[in-house]
Design a protein around this ligand. Structure first.
Ligand SMILES: [Fe+2]
Length: 382
């Protein structure tokens, strides 16, 4: 272990990891008990990361010690399994307690409330609970520039609750907007800038799941990490030029939208080049559901009734409204509920798929700027 050294650009690495968890130095500081200024200086390369701060950082769910070291040391820092026989439950009260306001714009206008739901060290699955604070009619996309993020490295699936407007900016800079309602879903391709507002104060909420796709696969990252960004771009563009790619017609300007009324058998939005990602709304009209899937699974109780999950050898727990669950792959579990119960279930295989197909989608929907960001993500994007 003594030979292990941090990644070279450790400040940028930490910024990226915090980005993925929707934390800033300001929001993470009180949670881990480190001064905001110290975290900012580490990120800015003005201060060294110490063993003490390293320990504090890795106490955060979803942030692993091995993320701070070059890939060749990964074996020295095994991931600490934070599930209970494959299941991690986060209660509504815990989600509530993690609420943090994120402000935007020159006047620091409160824009979202973010909160954590179930996630695990064992996965790059990043589920979020985001309440929209900015009120807008959603008839046009005439929001101030600062309302938009810059798009992110992760793919995103979003489930809408209430009168929420969804806006995004395509590769040519053209803005789009769609008025969403409860049960509508979307898929957002990496690096496509987007934002959400509510049509009615205090009524808009989204449940969003972001995850690193094939381009987040450690093998792929290690492969491109040794290449200067210019070489990576040139090399990638040459390869992509030869790649036949059938554009998924459901993805328009980097986004797929499925209105709830068009969802069949509870199957929500899906995108062809992310075949392992499955989003469903499940009810119990046909009785209990007993499953073991090879994907990571996230469940959020979006209904008004509680359900029961059984797993392991005789383990069971009551899952109330707004409780959430993370379930590791191949964990046999049974879900039981009454006819009014309703769950949002998202299955994902982070890191799965073909990086080239994903790069082609990124080139198509986010251009060369998007491709460069695959190589080096250095800007705060939200
Ligand atoms: Fe997002």
């Amino acid at each position: 272990m003594n030979n292990a050294h941090y990644k070279n650009n450790i400040g940028a690495v930490i910024r990226g990891l915090l980005n993925g968890l929707k934390h800033t130095p300001e929001t993470i500081a009180p949670i881990i008990g480190v001064e905001q200024k110290v975290i900012e200086e580490i990120i800015g390369g003005k201060q060294e990361l110490t063993a003490d701060i390293e320990q504090k950082l890795i106490s955060v769910a979803g942030l692993n010690q091995q993320d701070l070291y070059p890939a060749e040391f990964a074996g020295e820092f095994p991931i600490v399994d934070d599930t209970d026989l494959g299941v991690r439950i986060v209660r509504a009260a815990e989600t509530k307690a993690s609420e943090r306001i994120l402000s935007r714009g020159p006047a620091n206008i409160p824009y979202y409330i973010y909160a954590d739901t179930a996630m695990s060290n064992t996965s790059t699955f990043r589920p979020e609970w985001i309440k929209e604070l900015f009120v807008h009619n959603g008839e046009t996309a005439d929001l101030p520039e600062w309302a938009f993020n810059k798009g992110h490295f992760e793919h995103q699936m979003t489930y809408f609750i209430g009168p929420v407007n969804f806006y995004w900016i395509d590769k040519s800079g053209v803005r789009h907007v769609t008025q969403m309602n409860t049960g509508d879903t979307n898929y957002i391709s990496p690096f496509v800038p987007h934002t959400f507002t509510t049509r009615e104060e205090d009524k808009g909420l989204i449940l969003a799941v972001t995850y690193g796709g094939a381009i987040a696969n450690p093998t792929f990252k290690a492969e491109i990490g040794v290449m200067p960004v210019e070489d990576f771009l040139k090399h990638t563009k040459e390869k992509l030029a030869q790649l036949p790619f059938a554009i998924d017609e459901k993805v328009v300007a980097g986004v797929a939208i499925l209105k709830h009324e068009n969802a069949q058998n509870g199957n929500l939005v899906q995108c062809d080049y992310q075949p392992d990602t499955r989003t469903r709304e499940i009810t119990f009209i046909q009785g209990a559901i007993s499953e073991s899937v090879s994907s990571d699974r996230w469940i959020y109780n979006v209904g008004s009734e509680s359900i029961t999950i059984e797993w392991g050898n005789g383990k069971s727990s009551e899952i109330q409204t707004d409780d959430s669950l993370f379930i590791k792959p191949n964990t046999t579990h049974a879900l039981k509920g009454n006819e009014q119960a309703k769950l949002l279930v998202v299955d994902i295989k982070p890191g799965a798929g073909d990086p080239l197909i994903e790069l082609k989608a990124i080139e198509t929907y986010a251009g060369d700027a998007g491709l460069s960001r695959v190589h080096t993500e250095t800007t705060r994007w939200y």
